[in-house]
Every structure is written in structure tokens, then in C-alpha cells.
Design a protein around this ligand. Structure first.
Ligand SMILES: C[S@@+](CC[C@H](N)C(=O)[O-])C[C@H]1O[C@@H](n2cnc3c(N)ncnc32)[C@H](O)[C@@H]1O
Length: 265
């Protein structure tokens, strides 16, 4: 099956991801862990771990011996292995998890379901490797609304080029509207499905600190930025700065994610 839109844009250095979407990851990870109810000593799987923001929080909550993680991006798996010694980390996709049935108390996927090539299969796999009574939990950005960084980015891009509307993640991403994740979870056979939201924030030294990782081509937003010729890229940079109404001083941005959890029957 072909990659979902944007999935290939994570074959990039981990440092660029850290400075772009990764800034929000630790706080969002703590929110997911609270929703899932991960307790010390329980076994947890991080699906689509990236460089390991949620993995690090799972290690803090449950202990490295109890945590495993997978991601299809080799640079991200390498970075996660380096950062989280003692955690079993595999190069793998959600749709084919390399674990026995019922291996975990909790399976979590942070900002990943919308990038899966076959989300129903990915969620079914997360449920398969979780034992009966365990939880399957995920989060996806509110791309169309209150993920401020990406919403302003795509608004700026579409203002300068209406054709960018097709790439706008608020339109192109599945499962980014309220209630959609719950439907996916119920269709996968999970019980006690519950939706909620998490609002997290990230700090920036100034606008250049926000813009620089976009120049590294990471995530669909960065891939779009580097696809532009220099003058158009410079125009996008200025349009984004104007829409964010920030300058060279430090600032914070907030981001909302839709969260879902359910139990394996
Ligand atoms: C936005 S990043 C999230 C990374 C990390 N979970 C975090 O919160 O920082 C999306 C991640 O999903 C991974 N990914 C893409 N397709 C996937 C699939 N089919 N199964 C598992 N992970 C996938 C990408 O390689 C990337 O690391």
C-alpha cells in the first residue's frame, strides 16, 4: 500500500523535527499518558515514535524495560535508540507490528494515525498487541483549527498560492476533525471509547527560531517550504511572520490535539 500524504517527509534528521513539531511532543506525551492511565511497571508501546518525545515520557512513567517503540523512519529510529537506551526500538509500521498478541498494557500513537497508509489496520494492530482490558490511545493535531503554527503556515501558503490549498493539512489530513478518531476506534472494535482534547504549548526565541527548521524540509509544512523557489519561499516567510504577529522577541504558541482512548475487549 502507498504511503499516506506526508509520511515520507519524516525521513529527515531528528534535530530538524525536534525544533519543528518536536517542541510540543513532551507535553503532549504527558497528556496522552494521563489519558491512557499508564502506571509504573506497566508495559507500553509507542507507535510512530519519531525521535522519541512520547517514548521519553513513557520511560519516565513506566521504566525503560517496560517500553517499546516503532517507527518507519530510519533516522528517527536511530535518534530514539541513542536517546532511550534500554528501550526496544524497531524500524516498523503500525500496520505490521513486530510483537506477539497481548504483549502490552497500553499502545499509544502520538500524531501518527493520520500518516498511516492504512489507519484501520494500524489501529487493529495496536489493539492486537495490547492485552484484553488494556488501552489504545492516540492524538492528532487540530490542523483545521487551533494548531496555531501549522494553521498560520497553511493560511499564509494559500494566501500566496491558492493551489497550496490541496496540501493544506487542515483539508488533506484524515482524522483531524472532532469525533473522527472516536469513529475509527469504535470501528476497530475498541470499547469504552472516549474522545477529549489536549492543549499544549511551545516556546520560541523569536521568529527565526520558528522558521529555521522549516528550511530543513521536515514534515509536510517543511517539505512545502523547501519546494518553493527562493523568492516565493522568502515571501512565505514574511507572510507567516505577519500572520503570527511575532518578531525577534521570545514568544509561545499553543496547539490543540484531538485525543482518543479505548479499551481492548
Ligand atoms: C508527526 S511525527 C510524530 C512523531 C512522534 N510520535 C512525536 O509525537 O513527536 C509522525 C511520525 O509517524 C511516523 N509514521 C509515518 N507512517 C507511519 C506508519 N504507517 N506507522 C507508524 N509510524 C508512521 C513518521 O515516521 C513520524 O515519525
Amino acid at each position: 500500500m502507498a504511503d499516506a500524504p506526508g509520511a515520507a517527509t519524516f525521513q529527515t534528521p531528528a534535530g530538524a523535527y525536534d525544533r519543528h513539531i518536536g517542541r510540543y511532543g513532551r507535553e503532549l506525551g504527558r497528556a496522552l499518558i494521563a489519558v491512557a492511565g499508564v502506571k509504573p511497571g506497566q508495559r507500553a508501546l509507542d507507535v510512530g515514535c519519531g525521535p522519541g518525545a512520547l517514548t521519553a515520557e513513557l520511560v519516565a512513567a513506566a521504566g525503560a524495560d517496560n517500553v517499546a517503540a516503532v517507527d518507519p523512519s530510519a533516522p528517527f529510529v536511530d535518534a530514539c535508540r541513542e536517546r532511550q537506551p534500554g528501550v526496544r526500538i524497531e524500524l516498523a509500521r503500525a500496520e505490521a507490528l513486530p510483537f506477539e498478541d497481548g504483549s502490552f498494557d497500553h499502545a499509544l500513537a502520538q500524531l501518527v494515525v493520520n500518516f498511516m497508509s492504512d489507519p484501520p489496520a494500524g489501529v487493529r494492530e495496536m489493539a492486537r498487541v495490547t492485552h484484553s482490558g488494556g488501552t489504545v490511545t492516540a492524538a492528532v493535531w487540530d490542523y483545521a483549527g487551533e494548531m496555531t503554527l501549522l494553521r498560520r503556515f497553511w493560511d499564509a501558503a494559500v494566501a500566496l498560492d491558492p493551489l497550496a490549498a490541496d496540501l493544506d493539512e487542515g483539508r488533506s489530513m484524515p482524522f483531524c476533525a472532532r469525533g473522527e478518531l472516536e469513529e475509527l476506534w469504535s470501528a476497530a472494535g475498541l470499547s469504552a471509547v472516549r474522545g477529549s482534547e489536549a492543549i499544549v504549548s511551545a516556546s520560541y526565541d523569536g521568529f527565526e527560531d520558528l522558521w529555521e527548521p522549516l528550511e530543513r524540509g521536515v514534515a509536510p509544512s517543511g517539505a512545502y517550504a523547501v519546494s518553493l523557489a527562493p523568492e516565493r519561499r522568502a515571501a512565505l516567510k514574511e507572510e507567516l511572520r505577519t500572520r503570527l504577529a511575532v518578531g525577534d522577541e521570545p514568544f509561545d504558541l499553543t496547539a490543540r490535539a484531538w485525543v482518543v482512548t479505548g479499551r481492548v475487549p
